[in-house]
Design a protein around this ligand. Structure first.
Ligand code: BT5
Length: 308
């Protein structure tokens, strides 16, 4: 028995310590220890003559994510820390050490959150900073569908809360044009196969940094109330699992529906040149098609700015 087994059994109706001890073939004292662990994690577990009853679930933390998450594979194993340098770094180390598909790393704050291309991701308390280990059966050249799937998963979880996010190519999720979420995917692969991918998802849930050079949104401002970060994380994991195990063209279709990039004049920064033109679409690998004065260009990765 572990604490998550207990969590699966607790609910509005009281269940006796004896019944739990029998169900898991452990002592009543062992059950009580797991109850205490949940209480330390912020769960309100009432106990009276009838047994244990779950009265309240905290709005953050690994056990709370586990409580909300109905995904089959993602989130079955969760590491949750107060401060980490980067959840992606910790998840990548775990993946190299054999962490299973769906292993999740959460931190209340990150001291060295990573953006793309060595940029910094500011990660104050109140945000949702999460990384997921995936072991996809994809050729490395098809991996960009993971990026699109992650941004669609976040967008859908926000839609479930009544918001109307858009996606800026390749993977920024926006609310009213301001960045609410960034995604950083790191692959470990050889020429033929991906060993693992770390999908890093940073959502400005109830807090965001003040950035002079970026337009930043929070979920809480858009909702007019704090968002339950644990339930949001669980929703993202459920959508990510469904998208990533489904057909790639469905991911692309859902991404296109939410794109604020297609049809726009854009400037795309590539390592050694800058392109300008109209973003006319995304190909099957998630690469952006840009109609420039010199014909169409297909861009697999880069920084995209919307011009008009
Ligand atoms: C990204 O990079 O958008 C990817 C961010 C991924 C963060 C997650 S959090 C969990 C996991 N662990 C990590 O260490 N990372 C992942 P990029 O497109 O390069 O955007 C970075 C730029 O966004 C910065 O240069 C800032 O201008 C801006 N920025 C920094 N922090 C931000 C924030 N919290 N919200 C919005 N914009 C931010």
């Amino acid at each position: 028995m572990d604490t998550r087994d207990l969590l699966d059994r607790l609910g509005d109706e009281p269940v006796s310590g004896e019944a739990l001890a029998d169900a898991f073939d452990v002592s009543r004292n062992a059950v009580w220890k797991h109850v205490e662990r949940l209480r330390e994690a912020g769960f309100a577990v009432a106990s009276d003559g009838d047994g244990y009853r779950l009265d309240a679930v905290p709005s953050s933390g690994g056990y709370a994510v586990a409580y909300h998450c109905d995904a089959d594979r993602l989130g079955r194993s969760i590491v949750d820390r107060d401060t980490l340098d980067s959840t992606n770094r910790v998840a990548a180390d775990a993946a190299r050490d054999g962490a299973p598909e769906g292993h999740v790393v959460l931190a209340a704050e990150q001291s060295a959150g990573e953006g793309r291309r060595g940029r910094r991701w500011e990660s104050p308390r109140g945000g949702l900073w999460m990384s997921v280990v995936l072991r996809p059966e994809l050729a490395p050249r098809d991996a960009s569908v993971l990026t699109l799937a992650a941004s669609v998963a976040v967008a859908r979880a926000l839609e479930d809360r009544g918001l109307a996010p858009t996606i800026k190519w390749p993977n920024d999720v926006l609310l009213d044009g301001a960045k609410v979420c960034g995604i950083l995917i790191e692959l470990q692969a050889d020429a033929e196969a991906i060993d693992h991918a770390v999908v890093g998802i940073g959502v400005n849930a109830n807090a965001a940094p003040d950035l002079p050079d970026a337009d930043v949104a929070t979920v809480a401002d858009a909702l007019g109330a704090a968002v339950d970060r644990a339930a949001l994380a669980a929703g993202i994991l459920e959508h990510l699992e469904a998208l990533y195990t489904g057909p790639a063209d469905e991911v692309l279709a859902q991404w296109r529906e939410r794109s604020s990039t297609i049809g726009r004049e854009v400037r795309v920064e590539l390592p050694d040149e800058t392109l300008e033109g109209e973003a006319v679409g995304v190909d099957d690998t998630g690469a952006l098609r840009v109609a420039t004065g010199d014909g169409e260009r297909v861009v697999a990765a880069g920084d995209c700015e919307h011009l008009r």
